[in-house]
Design a protein around this ligand. Structure first.
Ligand SMILES: Cc1cc2nc3c(=O)[nH]c(=O)nc-3n(C[C@H](O)[C@H](O)[C@H](O)COP(=O)(O)OP(=O)(O)OC[C@H]3O[C@@H](n4cnc5c(N)ncnc54)[C@H](O)[C@@H]3O)c2cc1C
Length: 397
């Protein structure tokens, strides 16, 4: 029996990302993330998936490495990475485990939204808890009956004499299985449509919060995705951290960078698939020659390498636009659509040229194949990227 496949460490310069576009300090963070992903995440990934277990231990370790406030400005106590470096970090982490990458993305976005919107007496304590990773944050917009058309959410926030009462259900809550605080998007004034949506910080320990069992999905169980119900859940006045009128636009404000991160995570998964396949086909023989000498193998892997390169160009160009303060919505939509479609197909291609060995759960590729399917829905499904692109193409001046 051949030795089990290890996650491939990219040796070839064709697999490495060339970090010309980030500062030396940012490069140090990217390198630290790469080391952490290889040393901590990679060896545990199979276990999280086999046991269908949310990777809270990965979050706690990431917090100890200060990966919990990466995109929060230094003025607000964060690491203050630019979008290019932020995306590079997530290419590295997802190269080992996309679920862990998305877990940390969601938490980092939670920290950014606190830094940008939270005021009042709880600001300092809540922001510090997010930045240090002493709490795990999440984002609750999607509902059982409302996904892409997020402006139609039905969770309600009712004003009481003192505080608010929340009722409704949130679906697909990443980190839900181990969550401490959920940013709940709820409608305060249904008649006002999306302008009636505000956002509320809800500690999961609050009476009236019911966390359902984690979903059984085709993969990425390290992400601990669940539904969370709010049943007459009473919170204080200052739990409303984004008022109606700004809630929906705030939810959408972080969407460009979120889509770029999904693009970068797709690069990481593709990179691992290509590195693993390259290593395997060099070592295995068929019909008296290496698999690596078959023209089919060579052309398939060359095409994967081209698509990885193209995905990186789209993804990091969109990130560069954000860093330059340029509009990045269309570029982010192109990147996210291309990256997620491409990763799913190209990871499967890598598995095909390797033969059956590629399907062993002890290797990373089955996990990446499943996770790449899930990325097609994250932060707006593929068709929603097309809605954004087509609108710019066809409905502009
Ligand atoms: C692993 C995972 C983690 C997630 N984590 C979170 C989270 O932490 N917080 C959160 O709030 N949500 C989260 N989501 C939910 C995610 O944002 C939704 O899945 C996504 O918005 C799509 O919604 P839906 O799945 O309900 O699809 P639907 O909205 O039901 O759409 C079904 C299909 O119809 C297509 N469609 C919809 N509208 C149009 C249109 N106008 N034109 C053409 N096609 C259209 C869609 O693209 C899709 O293919 C997560 C999802 C996954 C898979």
């Amino acid at each position: 029996m051949p030795a089990p496949l290890k996650i491939a460490v990219p040796q070839s310069r064709y697999l490495r990302c060339v970090d010309t576009d980030i500062t030396p300090a940012e490069k140090n963070v990217v390198d630290a993330a790469a080391t952490w992903a290889a040393d901590f995440v990679g060896p545990r990934s199979e276990g999280w998936e086999r046991d269908r277990r949310c990777a809270r231990d990965a979050f706690d370790s990431a917090a100890a490495h200060s990966f919990t406030g990466l995109y929060v400005s230094q003025d607000h106590g964060g690491t203050g990475l630019g979008a290019v470096a932020y995306a590079r970090v997530f290419e590295e982490i997802a190269a080992a485990d996309m679920g862990v990458g998305f877990m940390l993305t969601v938490h980092n976005n939670y920290a950014v939204s606190l830094a940008n919107h939270l005021t009042g007496p709880t600001r300092n304590a809540r922001l510090e808890a997010a930045l240090t990773g002493s709490v795990l944050g999440g984002f609750g917009l999607t509902e059982p009956d409302v996904g892409s058309d997020a402006a139609k959410i039905t969770t309600t926030a009712t004003k009481m004499r003192s505080g608010w009462k929340l009722d409704g259900a949130k679906a697909w809550v990443s980190n839900g299985a181990e969550l401490d605080v959920l940013a709940v998007y709820a409608t305060v004034d249904a008649a006002a449509g999306h302008r009636g949506i505000g956002a509320f910080l809800v500690d999961v320990a609050t009476p009236g919060v019911v966390v359902d069992d984690p979903y059984h999905l085709l993969g990425a169980h390290s992400l601990g995705t669940t539904s969370i119900r709010l049943e007459g859940c009473e919170v204080a006045d200052d739990a409303m951290f984004i008022p109606p009128g700004r809630g929906f636009s705030a939810a959408m404000a972080g969407i460009d960078v979120a889509r770029i991160i999904v693009g970068a995570m797709s690069c990481g998964m593709m990179r691992t698939a290509l590195g693993t396949a390259t290593q395997w086909v060099r070592g295995r023989q068929a019909f008296g020659a290496r698999l690596a000498d078959l023209q089919n193998t060579r052309f398939v892997l060359a095409d994967v390498a081209t698509d990885l390169e193209a995905t990186r160009l789209l993804t990091y160009r969109a990130a560069r636009l954000l860093d330059d303060g340029e509009p990045a919505t269309i570029a982010a939509a192109h990147a996210k659509k291309f990256a997620t479609r491409t990763a799913e197909r190209r990871i499967a291609d890598c598995m095909q040229v390797m033969g059956a060995e590629a399907t062993r759960q002890s290797g990373a590729l089955p996990r990446h194949l499943a996770a790449s399917r899930l990325t097609n829905y994250l932060d707006g499904a593929t068709e929603i990227q097309n809605v954004v692109i087509a609108r710019a193409l066809l409905d502009g001046e």
